[in-house]
Design a protein around this ligand. Sequence first.
Ligand code: ZN
Ligand code: FE
Length: 256
Amino acid sequence: MSKLDIHQIPVLNDNYVYLFREPESGLVGVVDPAVSGPVLSKLKELGWTLTHILNTHHHGDHTGGNLELKEATGCTIVGAKKDAARIPGIDIRLEEGDIFEFGAEKAEVFEVPGHTVGHIAYWFEKSDALFCGDTLFALGCGRLFEGTPAQMWQSLGKFRNLPDSTRVYCAHEYTESNGRFALSVDPKNKALQERFAEIVALRKRNKPTVPSTLGEEKATNPFLRADDPSLAAELNLSATDPVAVFAETRRRKDNF
Ligand code: ZN
Ligand code: FE
């Protein structure tokens, strides 16, 4: 069984770009190249040839390197069919339920509107890897620039169905500030308290807190827990209306 060999490239202020290779085919993909330079340097260092760009959504800090990388390598650009007009250089258009074949691996595609309406995520089941862009963050979720709370809650629900062992390769290092907020709405959550202490220690040493696992997120990320009675109680809301709990949590985060 072959697994993706995944490298994390920190770029800009707090973005993570992911470069990976499928060992049997030698195919090489990059997820959300905000900029081209650091990706080209890393390719050179590893001796890899880029074959694919996988975009999660149209924002410039995810697609900014698309055209330069395509120009430099001739790679194929993959993105959301619904957002094809906003993904620079797109070649392959994907939608909900599509299987994107990648050598001996394959990704299931989820449409996850909320942060943007055309946002998608890629789940490589064999490699236990979820590339979720700005939909789910460690201890947080993306701002609702284009979608509604109901859409985002439904989108995050698709991730909650995946195995706890799934690694969450999100696109930003926002974890410490997300954690401060999470504790403000879920102060009695022991797992969250412990995780936050680890995160603070990692950031002190300037280490990444990403990827996390979905199991950790399900236990500690308030945006995956809007149907948890203890979180609803903290917000004086009913757990029978998770969309309301989610919307209130997101509203508080926007003002935190
Ligand atoms: Zn974004
Ligand atoms: Fe972003």
